[in-house]
Write a protein that binds this ligand. Sequence first.
Ligand code: IVH
Length: 674
Amino acid sequence: MKSQRSVPEEIEALKKEIRRHEYLYYVLDNPEISDGEYDVLLNRLKAFETAHPSLVTRDSPTQRVGGRPSLAFAPVAHKIPMLSLDNCYSEAEFLEWDKRIRNGLKGEPYELVVEPKIDGLSCSIEYERGVLVRASTRGDGETGEDISLNVRTIRAVPLKLNVEAPPAFFEARGEVYISKKDFEAIRKEQLSSGEEPFANPRNAAAGSLRQKDPSVTAGRKLNFFAHSYGYLEGMAAPVTHWEYLEYCKKAGFPVPFISKKPCKDVSEVLGFYKEYASRRFTLPYEIDGLVVKVNSHSSQKLLGFTSKSPRWAIAFKYPAQQATTTVKKIAFSVGRTGVITPVAELEPVKCAGVMISSSTLHNFDEIERLGLKTGDTVIIERAGEVIPKVVKVVVGARTGRETEILPPSKCPSCAADVFKDEEEVAYRCINPSCPCQIKRALLHFGARDAMDIEGLGEETVEKLVDKKLVAKFSDIYLLKDKKKSLISIMSPKLLNDKGTENLLAQIEASKKQPLSRLIYALGIPHVGEKNARVLAEHFNNINALMRTGFDDLNRVSDIGPTIAKSVTVFFSEKHVQELLQELKTLCVNMVEPEKAKGSKLEGKTFVFTGELKSMTREAAGARVRELGGKETSSVSAKTSYVVAGADPGSKYSKAQKLGVTILSEEEFIKLVAE
Ligand code: IVH
């Protein structure tokens, strides 16, 4: 007789089964069951979880916002199915596609439009009489998820169509994506606030778009470009794709044209494919190929669709930047919030021109997903041209000597027990005195954008913690009374007397840093530099911030529930309260300096475009803030000044169009000079 499963066992089994089907569907693109059967499984799990809410974990498939319509966002039925694209990877395959087009059009001449294939997330945006009413993800192509609130935060998406007589209904379809630069900035912010960073720009775009808290999306600098049409009503349908793109451009959507006009023959397309094989690396966004589309809509109609994709379009992809190597060892690194991250140490190999010797595996679910063992031969890929990742295990290359990878039961740094919260994917060391965590936290505390203690570099921190001179932030402010021990533990080569003096002077000077830097330096999960500034400017002193509960924090503009919760939890910890008391006693500043009232930039907003020669954008923004002004990222009629550096972008022409005052770098410097 089959043994009866307990409810927790049943839930676990269902989750495992659903995850397996998701993997088959999303990763292998080879589903074993229909969508309906998948829904039956999911609904069964949902029913169990509704009856036993305490057993709902955050990693449950019911809590996930995946490619299939999620439970977290309302479903939106697409008026016309949102299809995908067929791929080809070589000139020969592309020419075969072209031959099919030629045959399909029975000798009629045709033009081809070439676009970049930007790796992001497909999105539909609907307008009624020119006003944005709804935005949704592609989902399964028939039904997507309502992400209107989040899409409304994307500045590249017009809330109102910029046309004189807007049609009764207009649906623009396109790609939400993130630029390489903004992706790097988000990763930096995530690393600095102790979160697990996104692996590539596509994940960053997807993760940001599917935020339940639109204020988080708003801070992510998502971008959009229009690439295909949806349902239209009350306007003459464009005759060609090119005409449609021109209309989108006029209506206010970015459209990244590759050519100046449609291509007359395939050799022109092949020319662009070759040109962009290397040029793509200099583009501000990630592309994994070009998309080629038949221009005339009547020819498109004639060619029609397969069940998944239009016959009249093809994604002409570039080969992935991959390499094969072996996993020598798995190392475990402990972050400043105690999260233990497995890192694969690899036999060094060249991939996309760069030597790769290690790759983060993010978490243990990833190891399980890959089925990875130590000693395995693996395929690595440089995703987003930045971080190498293991994409596949070459199972056929196994010798039998590979070994299972198990999560450590003890912290690799302090040997304390490792803990895994039911709700989290991550394993954590929860020992507050774990030297590795302390070292990382101290490095963050002293970082240039935090308390700015230059001498508190990796080697110094290593020694201070190992020799037990520092175990928490407040201890660094006591070092001046332990000068002798300090000098004795520092190798004279690294830190001679003068070095010690410098370090102590920098530590002393850091006491005067504004509250915003202190808040950031404390390393509150989810609180990066920008949010720290918002909090400091709003509350003015740390006591007011510490006294504020979740609801009031959540009401602060730019602060969403995730941050509000994290801040309240952080300040409710006894050791945090004690630490702040100690810092206060040691005369560390805990107020935000009042902005000089009536200063000349009070109430003025600045937008920067192009490259500045004499200072970084950050420094220019900081100067504006110092003088009471504000820096924003998009130009509107309300913008006071647009500062144009070298090679200014579209913000420059927008400023001209709106009649906003444009300053050269020299004029800006004059304006902000004392
Ligand atoms: S056209 C019916 N054009 O690639 C045609 N898609 O792999 C639908 N994509 O789902 C898409 N750049 O999310 C089109 N220039 C482009 C694109 C593009 C990126 C994405 C889109 C699509 C996926 C297919």
